[in-house]
Write a protein that binds this ligand. Sequence first.
Ligand code: GLC
Length: 501
Amino acid sequence: MDKWWRNAVIYEVYPRSFADSDGDGEGDLAGVRAHLPYLRDLGVDAIWLTPFYPSPMADGGYDVADYRDVDPRFGTLDSFDEMLAQAHALGIRVIVDIVPNHSSSAHPWFVEALASPPGSPARDRYIFSDTTNDWRSVFGGPAWAQVPDGQHYLHLFDPGQPDFNWRNPQVRAEFESVLRFWLDRGVDGFRIDVAHGLIKAVGLPSLGPDDGTSSVVPYQDQDEVHEIYRDWRRILDSYPGDRIAVAEAWVSDPSRLSLYVVADELHQAFNFDFLQAPWDGPALRHTIDRCIAAADAVGAPTTWVLSNHDVRRQVTRLGSLDRARAAILLMLALPGSAYLYQGEELGLPEVLDLPPHARQDPVWKRSGGTELGRDGCRVPMPWSGDTPPFGFSPNGASWLPAPASWATLTAQAQAADPRSTLSLYRDAIRLRRAGNATGPLQWLDSAPEVLHFRRPGGLSCLVNLSGAPLPVPDGTGERVLASAPLVDGALAVDSAAWFID
Ligand code: GLC
């Protein structure tokens, strides 16, 4: 039998915004546990939890102060264990986030580094330097911060997220121990944050003027990073069950991405090319072909994703709910595994008009408010009821306000409606499993603005990206699902349907 992860549907839970059990306005692990039956009914194979570790929350928890504990706002190690046991009892695997590129500035190692002199072993666990280069923080501004004795430390993200020195053996040993800590607790794997960033080029060379000729960035996708993942794979394989790791690797092209998923490294790597592709038939087909070919070349599955906690929700990004509904039928019909982000199954749009005082993303803060940042895709889940925050918390508290217009989008409002987006996701996940999600994709003849392909199990998918209704071709088989009602046997503009022959 194929390994579970090769065609799994994995659901990203952003715990702070999923479900609040104790009324502090922030979601928590007990809230995740309480909603596991919802995820079972949705039909997902696994969940990925973004960081819930102790953190000053300079970057929503991606600034970890202790890799072996749970932040009190999210619960305790006991509440983690209870959530994990309950997930496993319901047949849902659990993947946790590991953040190895940087810690929080509140991590004891960084506190020790600051208290230690330049050149000391404590400083060598991070990247301290007497001089700086021209590297920029992903969140805006320089990537270096100065400490009182005059040295500077590297932070590719927020100043509260100092980068580790992965050439230091203590850093490597520490993360191997952290992996074992969570594997021993029973987790099914890890999502590796900034997996492409751990190794920086020797000498920390400046980028120099951007003349558009160089695609090699000295702090991204350095070949030596693969040594680390070979070590991690050996650890994962030493545990019973199929424990996995998925890379968040932003790299220049699919062939570079495939290097992360060779047989002795990681299992999956998010395919961001697909996420970033425009709503355009030829562009999507080209991206799909390139990504499948690159993964096939190393015997790995592709790992599709349309949204996550860092990008604009697809209803808004693609321009309409119709397109988002068609896009998910496209994605879930493709060979390989698929990641969903909480709330996309409800068709949630990006919230673009959050009040400035509510915004917390360092992108917003560091850009001086010129970039909205990522809070708009992190608004808490609307579960039930008519008024914000729609059952997110027991007492109406919510760290980001939900729009009143979400009353019709709650899980409760959609659960019993067969035409809802929630029902579309449930049906698609069930049919995908039943219709044999393994085996390659075969393109069928179509106009460039139409995507039409068939899978070996007999499932075919037709997507209409053209500007006119599309009559379903003869011999397409029995229609089993559609993102929009057909009119006179034709697929509406920006819609998709599945057929079984
Ligand atoms: C990843 C996370 C993102 C975070 C960044 C720094 O890209 O997905 O949310 O801000 O890493 O840890």
